[in-house]
Design a protein around this ligand. Structure first.
Ligand SMILES: [Cu+2]
Length: 175
């Protein structure tokens, strides 16, 4: 009985937290879209692909490639420009590979297989700080003064808790 109640409360708390807490809005990008990670798109393919997107901290890049035919290495900007495959920082040899953009820095990806980088299998990504890319909150100006975001969040929280408790309580009494 006590265990059931604890479980019910845990579920309610988790759902409420997931609903109310601000989302980090991490996005997932398939590098090269349907082309994937290979040199077939030509010399400027990944430059064009990267220019179409805005990357933020926490976003995930998905590199689709066949294991043993390509790989994914991060390198310095100098090595990237020269397609130097001897000084890799990280290297993933199993495809497909996910790479999380953890910092607001520039990342330089290449394939270390012979001639692949020079044929265009290279991707430079500049990551923005996630706080700088978030849109300004809407509706805050119409909310009562201090502190608008906290009060709206807590009223949202209590609304959801109320709804969830009305759902959870009957479940609780079933056990
Ligand atoms: Cu390759």
């Amino acid at each position: 009985m006590a265990a059931t109640m604890n479980l019910t409360l845990l579920v309610v708390a988790l759902i409420a937290a997931a609903t109310v807490l601000p989302r980090t809005q991490a996005a997932q990008y398939v590098v090269g879209d349907t082309t994937g990670w290979n040199p077939s798109g030509g010399a400027t393919f990944y430059t064009s692909w990267a220019a179409k997107h805005n990357f933020s901290v926490g976003d995930i890049l998905v590199f689709n490639f066949t294991t043993g035919v390509h790989d994914l290495a991060t390198v310095s900007q100098v090595a990237f420009n020269a397609c130097n495959t001897n000084t890799t920082i990280t290297r993933i040899t199993t495809g497909p590979a996910n790479f999380t953009l953890n910092s607001n820095v520039s990342y330089y990806f290449i394939c270390t297989f012979p001639q692949h980088c020079s044929k265009g299998q290279k991707l430079a990504i500049t990551v923005k700080a996630s706080s700088g890319t978030l849109p300004p909150p809407t509706g805050v100006t119409s909310a009562p003064p201090p502190p608008p975001s906290a009060s709206s969040a807590s009223s949202q929280a209590s609304t959801f808790l109320l709804i969830l408790m009305t759902i959870a309580l009957p479940i609780f009494y079933l056990f």
